[in-house]
Design a protein around this ligand. Structure first.
Ligand code: COS
Length: 391
């Protein structure tokens, strides 16, 4: 990393980066290959992140958290993803799952659920997608029916990251089927609530250390005060959450890409062919130059979006989508090129590049496919043009 990359970072952010980088190198990287190979939860990373208060830095101080800003979350996720993408989903999904609460929950609900998260006693997952509702999130069918002081939830949520490991779940469900997005509400569901069960772990191409399962809600009866915000506001809360957390996926993509570039440049300096290091071949020099240039652009966009998230800028929807879309495309390109640069060694599971390439792919898909990001960006831009203001 050049000094230019530090240009906009405060002393505090720079120190955070150094601390996470050291932790990732010493406590997370040594297990990354095994976590992937065994498709097992990265418990060592979890424990190291919790011990150093890096598992959910976004939780406000009043609820026992570090109260760190959006750029701090980005830095943590980027540095962890640089060595192990699966492990970076611990801080990323803790933020995704709990942000609806931070944005729209009652004080009582926040106190009850954010404190255990901040203490490292519980993780949070986010349940929006369903078997029949992926990109069309408002097409969900999970129902929440009021029954006195309770709601009764029934349905299936799919592709839920860290399901089964997390204690808490933010669940979006239909409370008024006569309306589309305006009939959706958000709830906190606990793993121990009777009627909550989990499917078998999905067999995935990458991020194998991060468990992805279905969540089954079978007559799950929860107190009505577990609703996040007012009835009918759940979809807007879910979308507002994604505006902030798509930036964490950009950070993850950025970290994966940087990790791949680091390995590739080290390899080019060491590996000799035709009597000289690969680093002396101009064709390969141009490849690493392009990779680094794209990473620098992705980092600038991601950090800028983090600043927009922190300030709550009017164009955050656009910025979050742009950062996620661009950085994830960069991660896919850079990791593919890194595999190419290492040749057979890039393709071998003895080396980390093929894992990074597999891990990069998901960043173009989750928290909204990159096609959906383009829908989000263009709507935001064209709506702004309609009303004559920049949105
Ligand atoms: N912030 C606040 N409110 C928002 C919002 C945002 N970013 N985006 C949408 N809304 C509100 C809209 O204002 C609208 O409210 P009104 O009906 O009161 O005007 C409502 O939500 C519905 O919005 P819209 O009409 O745009 O919804 P669509 O069904 O057309 O869907 C997309 C919009 C496609 C953008 C949305 O479904 C989406 O993001 N899909 C991808 C979901 C996703 O990322 N899934 C990954 C799972 S999480 S790992």
């Amino acid at each position: 990393m050049s000094s230019f990359d530090y240009f906009t970072l405060s002393e505090e952010h720079r120190m955070l980066r150094e601390a996470v980088r050291d932790l990732a190198r010493d406590r997370i990287a040594p297990h990354a290959a095994d976590v992937d190979e065994q498709a097992r939860f990265p418990q060592e990373a979890h424990d190291a992140l919790v011990a150093n208060d890096l598992h959910a830095v976004h939780v406000p101080e009043e609820f026992g958290g570090a109260g760190a800003d959006a750029l701090a979350s980005v830095i943590v996720i980027e540095e962890v993803a640089r060595v192990c993408a699966s492990s970076s989903l611990i801080p990323a999904v803790n933020k995704l799952g709990s942000l609806p609460l931070v944005l729209a929950g009652s004080e009582a609900l926040k106190k009850r659920y954010l404190a255990p998260l901040a203490a490292g006693d519980a993780m949070f997952s986010y349940c929006l997608s369903e078997p029949g509702a992926g990109s069309d999130a408002a097409g969900m069918t999970t129902r929440a029916v009021r029954d006195g002081d309770h709601y009764v939830l029934n349905g299936v949520k799919r592709w839920i990251t860290n399901a089964g490991v997390s204690e808490y779940y933010t669940v979006m469900a239909v409370t008024d089927p006569s309306r589309r997005s305006g009939g959706i509400s958000a709830f906190v569901v606990e793993k121990s609530d009777p009627g909550v069960t989990f499917g078998a772990p999905e067999k995935k191409l990458g991020i194998k250390g991060s468990p992805t399962r279905e969540v089954y809600l079978d007559n799950v009866r929860i107190p009505a005060d577990r609703m996040i915000g007012d009835e009918g506001t759940g979809f807007a809360t879910a979308m507002r959450t994604l505006d902030h957390t798509r930036i964490t996926i950009a950070a993850q993509a950025l970290g994966i890409a940087q990790g791949a570039l680091d390995h590739a440049t080290a390899y080019l300096r060491e590996r000799k062919q035709f009597g000289k290091p690969l680093a002396d071949f101009q064709g390969l020099q141009f490849m690493v130059a392009d990779m680094a240039m794209k990473i620098s652009a992705a980092r600038a966009l991601t950090y800028q979006a983090a600043a927009a998230s922190e300030r709550g800028d009017a164009d955050l929807t656009y910025q979050g989508a742009a950062a996620k879309c661009f950085a994830s495309d960069v991660a896919m390109e850079v990791t593919t090129d890194a595999v190419q640069l290492l040749g057979g060694y890039g393709y071998s599971r003895e080396y980390p590049l093929e894992r990074m390439m597999r891990d990069a792919k998901i960043t173009q898909i989750y928290e909204g496919t990159n096609q959906i990001q383009r829908v989000v960006m263009s709507r935001s831009l064209l709506r702004a043009a309609d009303t004559g203001k920049r949105n």
